[in-house]
Design a protein around this ligand. Structure first.
Ligand SMILES: Cc1cc2nc3c(=O)[nH]c(=O)nc-3n(C[C@H](O)[C@H](O)[C@H](O)COP(=O)(O)OP(=O)(O)OC[C@H]3O[C@@H](n4cnc5c(N)ncnc54)[C@H](O)[C@@H]3O)c2cc1C
Length: 446
């Protein structure tokens, strides 16, 4: 008989695992150290700004099959919005030039041949050169295969790759970028259609999942931190929380969906990523003009992407370690100049702002760190790992985290193997790449 599944960590990886398992009729207890769920993808009320904001801007695309599968499973598809077309507006701060990258919806990427749709200053050959990524080897860095200094690098590959990998491109893994492109541009333009939460991350990803878990009888416990796992022979025997000990029945199982450093402390001999890159977000309390774009990519500024929300314009800077020590008032002014240019707003006064620096936003997507990603299985029969840092084949993203949660549930017998495997094999024109090696196999947990 199937026992209870103890899912530890209520970020999107843990939520996805819990939802899948509860859907399959398993008894689930979800534990979370924080007072709320969502982990690195959540919304909260900011007292100073007087409104709800997300901890960071998160962009989904229609090709994120696992994330959308999860959002559908919790009945939240209606909470997403977006431009409704695979279109990405850009502003070059150095030249003042504006353009919109417009993918055609189908799999044959004829947009690359259209000067009106592609990036100004590029030609078809520039795009085809990126097919070299299909031959990326584990040690290759992005700049080894996509040489900097070209207009297409500066105006397309750099902004897309830094946002997706959250790592400087002279260090970032070309294999991970190849997989991102295989599941986006390589899957056809429709897959690139951007989607953003209409209200906030919690309203799309977190609250509906908790509601559904409760409806399915799951137990949800907040404010309980797992301090240790007791092991004996091939099994985990007990979970030691800061408020007490949970003995496991013989048929009980664990999905450990905490962050990489916490998992490394809890699981003996676990090798996992241990270097991180920061993300900086600045949320300005200001209304954007009616009809202005959902987001704008900024080339040659300090801000990289600006997102329009209700009463807020939010800036994202990825791989932002260089800005961690910059004083807030300096950042507020510098970033606002970029936002004001993108949304045609006055440069002064600078609106009220909240700056959030997430030092450990994601693991550094370097070849060395990628090699440290463990598979979902461990040497303990009843302990399975999940999280954006496990070996999903993707960078640390919502899509990767949710896929890891689904994979963990699948190992425990919930969910169809073909569904996850299908989403693990990049399909489509051009950027087709092999699925990650052994995504479900035990690795690095000797
Ligand atoms: C600012 C920012 C911007 C981002 N932008 C994007 C984006 O645009 N697109 C995108 O796809 N991704 C983006 N990401 C990445 C994305 O948010 C993460 O990949 C994803 O949320 C990770 O989910 P997770 O469940 O793996 O981990 P987490 O969200 O970190 O969840 C782990 C959970 O475990 C809990 N926990 C930890 N220790 C314990 C313990 N001992 N006991 C119990 N619970 C514990 C934590 O509190 C946490 O809730 C961004 C991340 C940040 C920080």
């Amino acid at each position: 008989m199937s026992g209870r599944v103890h899912v530890v960590g209520a970020g999107v990886a843990g939520l996805a695992a819990a939802v899948r398992l509860a859907e399959a009729g398993r008894a689930v207890t979800l534990y979370e150290a924080a007072p709320q769920a969502g982990g690195r993808a959540r919304s909260y009320f900011d007292q100073a700004l007087g409104c709800r904001i997300d901890n960071g801007n998160h962009l989904l695309i229609a090709g994120n099959r696992s994330a959308l599968g999860f959002i559908d499973a919790v009945g939240a598809r209606g909470t997403l919005t977006g431009p409704g077309a695979p279109a990405y507006p850009f502003l070059d701060r150095a030249t003042g030039e504006r353009w919109t990258l417009r993918f055609n919806r189908g799999r044959i990427p004829w947009w690359m041949a259209s000067p009106a749709r592609r990036v100004p200053g590029t030609n078809l050959g520039d795009y085809l050169k990126a097919l070299v990524l299909r031959r990326a080897r584990p040690d290759d860095r992005v700049v080894d295969l996509l040489p900097p200094g070209t207009p297409i690098y500066r105006r397309l590959w750099q902004p897309l790759a830094v946002a997706a990998l959250n790592t400087p491109l002279h260090e970032a893994s070309a294999v991970l970028l190849a997989r991102v492109l295989a599941e986006s541009i390589g899957a056809g333009g429709a897959a690139c259609t951007p989607l953003v939460p209409r209200e906030g991350l919690s309203e799309t990803l977190v609250d509906p999942a908790l509601t559904q878990l409760r409806q399915r009888g799951a137990t949800i416990r907040f404010g309980v931190r797992l301090r240790a796992i007791e092991f004996a022979a091939e099994r985990a025997m007990a979970l030691d929380f800061d408020d007490g000990r949970e003995m496991l029945a013989t048929s009980d199982e664990i999905v450990l969906a905490v962050t990489a450093p916490v998992a490394s402390r809890l699981v003996p001999d676990l090798v996992a990523p241990d270097q991180y890159c920061a993300i900086l977000n600045a949320h300005y309390r200001v209304a954007a003009p009616d009809g202005s774009p959902f987001f704008v990519g900024i080339i040659g500024g300090t801000a990289e992407w600006v997102f329009r929300k209700a009463g807020v314009l939010s800036v994202t800077v990825s791989a932002a370690d260089r800005l961690l020590d910059t004083p807030e008032d300096e950042l507020a002014v510098t970033l606002w100049r970029d936002v004001a240019a993108a949304y045609a707003l006055p440069v002064a006064p600078v609106p009220p702002v909240r700056i959030v620096r997430e030092r450990r936003a994601t693991f550094a997507a370097t070849p060395e760190q990628v090699a440290r990603r463990p598979g979902a299985r461990t040497r303990w029969r009843n302990l399975t790992l999940a999280g954006d840092w496990t070996n999903t084949g993707l960078p640390a993203t919502l899509e990767g985290a949710i896929r890891s949660g689904f994979a963990a549930a699948q190992i425990l017998g919930a969910g169809r193997r073909d569904a996850v495997e299908k989403s693990l094999s990049g399909k489509g024109f051009g950027f087709k790449v092999a699925p990650p090696s052994q995504p479900f196999e035990p690795r690095l947990c000797p």
